[in-house]
Design a protein around this ligand. Structure first.
Ligand code: HEC
Ligand code: HEC
Length: 311
């Protein structure tokens, strides 16, 4: 009898645990000395032309790891082509950028450096500038004996980004049986699964692990009311495959409730508006206001903490 129960518990207990499609966030291994150097570089405006902006100008860590605009301003106030995503929890993404053009965090660093709408510089110029700072160079060389290069600078920044994980979200604590969750948020989670948001937004980061077309059940771009821009082609710009047109990396939703603009084009500026658009264009559904609010409450419960955050 006891044996039977044990076998049952083993089978179904483990099935239940692994069947939950969202998992709690956890920290990942990283090197503290590299994290410290990476942090310095992340906030250093000398990485950009004329010392105008740093990574942190667009990825504001005190809020949600992005800025509160639809399009970020790079050097000389130039506006970017897409909305800045958060850097928090980005280590869990299968690829970086909306179209996945960077294979990992380290590869991503070159994009803002060379982008004329972001840092508008080059590695040789940037390295020459930093090499003049004797104190920084000494500290850097103690950790990276080969000194400053695109490889070592990118590595340090990527290490810092690996440390940007938001822990102890109310939802995670509830999943682990360590905290309670409001009825409304629980209902939101149920709807999130029931309607199929979970088919795309899943795993630790509630997204970030696959690509999907924007507008599965409707012509999102046709209805948007603004002309299609090159960035709207998404993953197609990287692969050239017809099937990848209008396809984007499914964004992680861990900090979605903190955002003020949504989607790659920053076209939506309310959370319930974004959920409504998703229901309509990705699932062919029309949700009630109460359902939208329940899902918003669930998304709010996904917001964890990090020491860089002030709220
Ligand atoms: C001028 C604003 C701006 C600056 C400066 C900037 N970024 Fe970004 N960042 C963006 C935008 C916009 C995107 C989206 C780009 C795309 O998808 O093509 C992005 C994407 C990213 C991503 C991918 C996140 C994801 O979920 O795909 C990471 C990581 C990142 N930036 C880190 C950095 C780092 C590190 C620096 C400094 C070396 C930096 N950014 C500088 C605006 C900026
Ligand atoms: C078919 C896959 C798919 C489904 C189903 C889906 N999404 Fe999305 N979601 C995406 C993609 C892809 C994007 C990015 C689209 C873009 O930027 O143009 C996105 C973006 C979002 C955003 C904006 C995040 C940001 O950083 O701007 C929110 C919020 C969101 N989804 C919530 C939901 C909710 C809630 C549901 C269920 C009602 C849902 N999604 C269903 C694929 C999906």
């Amino acid at each position: 009898m006891i044996l039977k129960f044990l076998i049952w518990a083993l089978l179904f207990g483990s099935v239940w645990v692994s069947a939950e499609p969202i998992l709690p966030l956890h920290s990942v291994a990283t090197d503290a000395r590299k994290v410290a150097l990476g942090r310095q570089l992340f906030f250093d405006t000398r990485l950009s032309r004329n010392n105008e902006v740093s990574c942190a100008s667009c990825h504001q860590l005190t809020t949600h790891g992005a800025d509160n605009t639809a399009r970020s301003k790079g050097v000389a106030g130039r506006l970017g082509d897409v909305k800045a995503p958060t850097v928090y929890n980005s280590v869990f993404n299968i690829r970086q950028a909306w179209d996945g053009k960077a294979v990992d965090l380290k590869a991503q660093v070159t994009l803002p450096v060379e982008n004329p709408k972001e840092f508008a510089t080059s590695w040789p110029v940037l390295i020459a500038t930093l090499n003049k700072d004797k104190a920084f160079l000494d500290a850097f060389t103690q950790v990276y004996k080969d000194g400053l290069s695109s490889d070592t600078i990118s590595d340090a920044i990527a290490h810092y980004e690996r440390s940007l994980i938001t822990l102890n979200a109310p939802f995670d604590l509830w999943l682990q049986g360590k905290g309670s969750l409001s009825e409304q948020a629980q209902e939101g989670y149920r709807l999130f699964k029931y309607y199929g948001c979970i088919n795309c937004h899943q795993g630790k980061n509630v997204g970030g692990n696959m690509f999907a077309k924007m507008g599965t059940f409707g012509d999102y771009f046709g209805d948007r009311g603004t002309p299609i821009e090159p960035a709207d082609y998404g993953r197609y710009n990287v692969t050239g495959r017809e099937a990848d047109k209008f396809t984007f990396k499914v964004p992680g939703l861990r900090l979605a409730a903190r955002q003020t603009f949504f989607f790659h084009d920053g076209s939506e500026h309310s959370l319930t508006g974004a959920i409504n658009t998703m229901a309509r264009y990705q699932l062919g559904r029309s949700l009630s206001q109460a359902e939208l609010e329940a899902i918003a409450a669930f998304l709010e419960s996904l917001v964890g903490q990090h020491q860089e955050m002030t709220q």
